[in-house]
Structures are given as structure tokens and as C-alpha cells.
Design a protein around this ligand. Structure first.
Ligand SMILES: [Zn+2]
Length: 162
């Protein structure tokens, strides 16, 4: 499965699931997209990135001061601008989130596969390398249907922001 290979958070600026992250616009709270530029910075820390809002057209480039933002506040924020990701929804007393459509597709496929596996009467998580990256509440059998519903809400939100 091609997608699982990409489920590795290398701690890069926009390292996982392609070079886009969908976040909340700092100006209008609409849906904004962060894209990585091709140019590499001399420091090697980050590639240059730009945030562009789909709603209000606000645009922000990665500035020098942002380079100090090495540790970001939360996994639900992007590394470059520290904006909260657009795809978030309360689920099972936690927050279900995804960086972009590719990430959401991965979660749908993964959690959906576990549901199918359970239907076949098998138990447990066969892929520990991927499962170990996922929070326990998402892996819990009793939460799976609720998680799938949450992923459905993220789908709706993705369409709303497009
Ligand atoms: Zn905006």
C-alpha cells in the first residue's frame, strides 16, 4: 500500500502526505493552503513555503523569523506558520484531524480496513509500524465506527473549504 510508506512524520516542514497542508486562515478563519516552494534555504532547515487563503486570498510567505519556529506547538498545527489544520473534529473525547486530503484518505483506508478485518473475525492490528503512529483511542475497536463517522465529518469539511 503506497500510502502507508508516506505515513512517516519526518519532522520536515511539509514532509508528510505531499507538499500541501490545509490550515485555517490567520485573517478570515477560512480554508488556506500552504505549499512548499522549490527553492531550498541555505540553512537547510526549511524549504520556503507560502500560505494562500482560498476564501479571502490572504497570502503569506515564510519569513526569516519563522525559521526559529523549529518546535511547533502541536501536531495539529503546521510547522511553518503554526496555523491549526483545517480538518479537525471532536471525536471520542479527542480531536480527529488530518493535514490534507491524502492524509484523510489514508486514515479512511486504515480505519476502514480494521473494520473489515474485524468483520472477518480477525483480531488485533497487523501493521504495527503504522499503528504505532496512531493514537490508542483511534485504534480502539470500540471507537472505530465513531472514528469513521468523524472521518466522514472531515470529508464534509474538506468539501466546504474547497
Ligand atoms: Zn482568509
Amino acid at each position: 500500500m503506497k500510502v502507508t510508506k508516506r505515513f512517516v512524520d519526518k519532522g520536515e516542514c511539509l514532509g508528510s502526505f505531499g507538499d500541501e497542508i490545509i490550515v485555517t486562515c490567520p485573517r478570515c478563519s477560512g480554508c488556506a493552503v500552504i505549499r512548499q516552494s522549490d527553492r531550498e534555504l541555505p540553512s537547510g532547515w526549511f524549504r520556503l513555503a507560502r500560505l494562500v487563503c482560498r476564501k479571502c486570498s490572504y497570502s503569506q510567505g515564510l519569513q526569516k523569523s519563522h525559521l526559529q519556529l523549529i518546535s511547533y506547538r502541536h501536531r495539529r498545527h503546521d510547522h511553518c506558520f503554526d496555523r491549526p489544520v483545517w480538518l479537525q473534529t471532536p471525536c471520542c473525547g479527542e480531536v480527529l484531524w488530518a493535514r490534507n486530503e491524502a492524509h484523510l484518505e489514508f486514515l479512511e483506508a486504515y480505519v476502514g480496513a480494521q473494520l473489515r478485518e474485524r468483520a472477518r473475525g480477525e483480531q488485533g492490528w497487523s501493521n504495527h509500524s503504522v499503528g504505532s503512529r496512531m493514537p490508542l483511542w483511534m485504534k480502539s475497536a470500540k471507537n472505530r465506527e465513531e472514528v469513521m463517522k468523524g472521518l466522514g465529518r472531515l470529508r464534509v469539511r474538506l468539501k466546504a473549504g474547497a
